[in-house]
Design a protein around this ligand. Structure first.
Ligand code: GRF
Length: 224
């Protein structure tokens, strides 16, 4: 991701409590010198977002975005912090198209279902899990994808299934999926920052990351 050997500089955009931010920070801490990414900025469309509080506690720059729909202002902010990689973690606003283009192949989103199902405009938070239950799907999951101008349609970097269990409510399913997000998302961010997973010129995601080891369904040993 960077031409020198220093960790990639990451911005996390979040609208809510920032549990995915917390999981990312914990994972990078645990990697220590092996980490390929540092979170240098957290920004939110909501002044009161818990994610901003988490950032401040860690001494990470925290900004609330006065006009999230204005691409110029966002690009200026990201440039001022020397951002290499943009990470959307529970960010509910549409990222302006000029920012998406500028960070082509360098912007990731985590979605709490297996895309391309149960995605698109308005499909976020509880609504995703309600739709999964309404459809009678037996499996949901987590998708991490590169962001494109089409909502929730960008090239998929990683996915992991999560079972839908009898008696599930939107809350219980959301909780199970969120645990998987926390396991997978930080590992994909590290893999992309390390250049192990990348969006190639052919529009496809190349490379692979061993992101599965701590996920709810453990894979056979020989795939780790
Ligand atoms: C959840 O809706 C999750 O599925 C989605 O973001 C929300 C979690 O937000 N990806 P946060 O990371 O706790 O702020």
């Amino acid at each position: 991701m960077r031409s020198d050997s220093s960790p990639s500089r990451i911005v996390v955009l979040a609208s809510g409590g920032g549990s995915n931010l917390g999981a990312l920070l914990a994972h990078l801490d645990a990697l220590g010198d092996a980490r390929r990414a540092d979170v240098v900025l957290v920004a939110s469309d909501r002044r009161e977002a818990g994610a901003l509080g988490r950032a401040r506690e860690r001494g990470i720059a925290a900004e609330s975005l006065a006009s999230p729909a204005e691409g110029d202002a966002l690009v200026r902010l990201l440039d001022a912090h020397g951002v290499d990689l943009v990470v959307l973690a529970g960010y509910l606003k549409l990222v302006p198209a000029d920012v998406v283009r500028r960070f082509h192949g360098r912007m990731l989103n985590v979605h709490p279902a297996l895309l391309p199902a149960f995605g698109g405009a308005g499909m976020y938070g509880r609504r995703v899990h309600e739709a999964v239950l309404e459809a009678g799907a037996r499996v949901s999951g987590v998708t991490v994808h590169f962001v494109s101008e089409d909502y929730d349609r960008g090239p998929i970097a990683a996915q992991w299934p999560v079972p839908v269990l009898p008696g599930d409510t939107a809350e219980s399913l959301a909780e199970r999926v969120l645990r998987a997000e926390h396991a997978i998302f930080p590992r994909v961010v590290q893999a992309v920052a390390a250049g192990l997973v990348r969006l190639a010129d052919d529009g496809r995601v190349h490379g692979s990351a061993y992101v599965l080891a701590d996920a709810p369904f453990a894979p056979p040993d020989d795939t780790r």
